[in-house]
Design a binder for this molecule. Structure first.
Ligand code: ZN
Ligand code: ZN
Length: 214
């Protein structure tokens, strides 16, 4: 699996700071469980966040930056977030959220052969859902007015010129008009998180807040 579309720095930093809605965090955790590259970047942010907190308490001394960087390099590899695909399709964080494999998902038809299942990590701020789209069909109108993350678990879709395959994540927001279409052939299964439409005005400041604090 070659992953071409990754998480943004902003999202990784906000995830590391732990301030994102559960639904958004679930999709990020799922991508991290599939993607070595983003997992390494997330670990660096975790380490930096920890180092900043410690440096606030301890006296800064000569060479503390070098010491910090050296510590980051010697951190054990991401055992806690080791890549796992619990049932071959669902990443471990999704498997845990559902409490079972793909066969235990309670799908609801949403028209033209597409199905969805709203996951329980959804709340008033953001909604997480699994989508199952027949090959060649367009994604149903999901009406996002804010941040939207779409992670491919099986099959592929294209959005304009860009093709998203297993492990790829599309980061979209209200400024992007798009019509994702499943590639012909295999059913495309995605995990998507969309920010509640009424929350748009409060969401972006919340995303930026942990970044400025770091
Ligand atoms: Zn990645
Ligand atoms: Zn969208």
């Amino acid at each position: 699996m070659t992953i071409k579309h990754h998480l943004t720095e902003d999202l990784l930093m906000a995830y590391s700071a732990g301030n994102l809605p559960q639904a958004i965090s679930l999709v990020i955790a799922a991508h991290l469980s599939m993607c070595d590259e983003c997992r390494a970047r997330a670990m660096a942010f975790d380490a930096l966040g920890g180092a900043v907190i410690e440096d606030d308490v301890a006296q800064m001394s000569d060479g503390s930056l070098e010491a910090c960087l050296a510590r980051i390099e010697t951190l054990p590899q991401a055992n806690a977030r080791a890549p796992r695909r619990a049932d071959g399709i669902l990443p471990a964080p999704v498997f845990e959220c559902i409490g079972g494999s793909l066969s235990s998902v309670k799908w609801r038809p949403i028209g033209l052969g597409a199905r969805q299942a709203i996951l329980r990590s959804s709340d008033g701020e953001a909604t997480a859902r699994l989508l199952s789209i027949p090959g060649g069909a367009a994604m149903p109108d999901h009406g996002h007015s804010g941040l939207e993350l779409t992670l491919v678990l099986q099959g592929a879709f294209h959005d304009g010129e860009k093709v998203f395959g297993p492990g790829d994540i599309e980061v979209a927001d209200a400024s992007i008009e798009h019509t994702p279409v499943a590639e012909a052939g295999k059913v495309c299964i995605c995990l998507a998180a969309t920010q509640g439409p009424l929350k748009f005005n409060t969401m972006m400041p919340r995303l930026m807040q942990p970044i400025f604090r770091i």
